[in-house]
Design a protein around this ligand. Sequence first.
Ligand code: PMP
Length: 352
Amino acid sequence: MKAWEKNVRKVVPYTPGEQPNRPKMIKLNTNENPYPPAPGVLKALQGLDEDSMRRYPDPSAGVLVRALAEHYGVPEQQVFVGVGSDDVLAMSFLTFFNSGKPILVPDITYSFYEVWANLFRIPYELQPLDENFQIRTEDYLRDCGGIVFPNPNAPTGIVKNLDEVEKIAAGNPEVIVIIDEAYIDFGGDSALALVPKYDNLLVVQTFSKSRSLAGMRIGFAIGNEKLIRYLEDAKYSFNSYTMGAAVLAAGTEAVRDDAYFKETLQKIIHTRERTKQDLGRLGFSFLDSKSNFILAAHPSCPARELFEALKREGIYVRYFDKPRIDNYLRISIGTEEEMDALIQFLEKYLAN
Ligand code: PMP
């Protein structure tokens, strides 16, 4: 090791799902939305003028913050936006998890949490899911440096009731509780309803899944005004201009078209439920996901083998080589036609 290397901030980075680009592939590996964004989004992008490129964007991301505040019925001062919810979550870890006490995180969850904790030198303790892959509320009712979990959880898709989420927020008044609601639009009750009651609660959501804008990178947090102010202080100490003009225009249009948003969600939810039936018919066991993916295992064919076979066929799903879930595939919900192709292939493959 070079002498200078001992002072390098070393991290083991997060590994995102593959982004292959094959002509006729079926991409069910990163929980993207199979439908295009609201029609107004493309129009807004086409309407961008040269000044909006030449000049710096509004550092406060005002139009987008206002659109979100209006949509969710909260004051603008309670909304923070960032470059995908990854950016919002990273800023939140940096800002709120500074007590030196371990934060509590589920053992099977979004693996970026551990990466940020390591990056920012935040101690953490993994809390095992129970035998049904549920987050146990009682594990999160004790002295700690903060709490973060997704609801619905990923990659299980299992949703926690709002009263259980409330117990965790109410039981931890001295630390910040972050609920990562990347998938909440696909099922479950949002903790946004609890924000007026708990000043330690931060709800994070994203435009990447339910609003079909993963490529634009937009995430947001809603919480007590004071929390948002602290987040902004951290953001402005790091990079003032996180959201470009094109992103702001696209995001604002996506929020405004609620009818399109709801229609797309209904289609995905319908396809998810139908896919559960098809997987069940093929002998898969799966968790009752309320998100836009299903975690499924087959009793006689190892997940890794299925993963490779699907990939050869141009069907991409996600495989996690991790204890307890290493015989499962995480399958994102695509269009009806994409799921038909998946099911047909599985049917043929498993028959051989
Ligand atoms: N939270 C969870 C639970 C996720 O699965 C993802 C998607 N990888 C994210 C946050 C981040 O999504 P994005 O940065 O695209 O908003």
